[in-house]
Design a protein around this ligand. Sequence first.
Ligand code: FES
Length: 289
Amino acid sequence: MDTKGILDIIQHNGENQAGLIAILEEIQAEYSYLPEEALRLVAKETGRSLADVYGVATFYKAFSLKPKGRHCISVCLGTACHVRGAQKIVEEFSQELGIKPGETTSDNEVTLETVNCLGACALGPTVVADGHYFPHVSRNKVSDIVDAARNGLETLDGKTDGRVFPLQVSCPVCRQSLMDPDHHIDGHPSVTLDASFNGRKDRVHLSSLYGSRAPASGNGVPHNSVTRLHCPHCQSEIPSFSDCLECGSPMAALYIREGCTWEVCTRRGCQGHMLNLNQIDLLKNDEGK
Ligand code: FES
């Protein structure tokens, strides 16, 4: 294990709770899992008990104590996906890859997992491969998803790739458009928000392409800090109804014209985002108060 590399990761992430998650994320990105030796070093250097560090490492599904493959495929077995036949999809992936859920292929390329809900219930059965959502998955799509994951899903082209699509995003409170036609990311108008952290403020721009992993722009708020996001028109704080599946930070729920919310992680640097087709009633109820 590269002890110096891990000490560097600990040092530049600080020692608070958000820092601990960021430390574990970076170690996992380096090793594809959290080696025991690394967790011991994190506990020692941050002054936490080993039980605390293990508690965080085992609480979030994004972390693994076992080596993972280069690619990760997660099949949702939540209720909405289950009633649409998700168990059969899991079996098809198991057969295609020759492994059970929780295992990694012998070439260390692909890990198969099951999860309880990916927040896109109306699109079920839902599968996420390397952070990219595949909606309405049927058994005959399984081998294509495996091939796509093995070939690399990092490069997405919004013009030709059906897994990414542009969103029109508005403030959930005042309903004014948050689209900025003068600031493009991924070739589309970006989504503009105000971010604040410990009295520091910043104007941030996010890619409006659902499925994009492009980082948000803006430099006034430190990397890895959990920010409050505000509408630049009415200054209302964007509400949160759930936590990020990737890092556990609160998600900010933005309104989409099509009648659902787009939730984005409020931790600077985390690219966790998801469509949530259940939150719209909650927002309407809030409006009627
Ligand atoms: S139950 Fe599968 S995405 Fe919610």
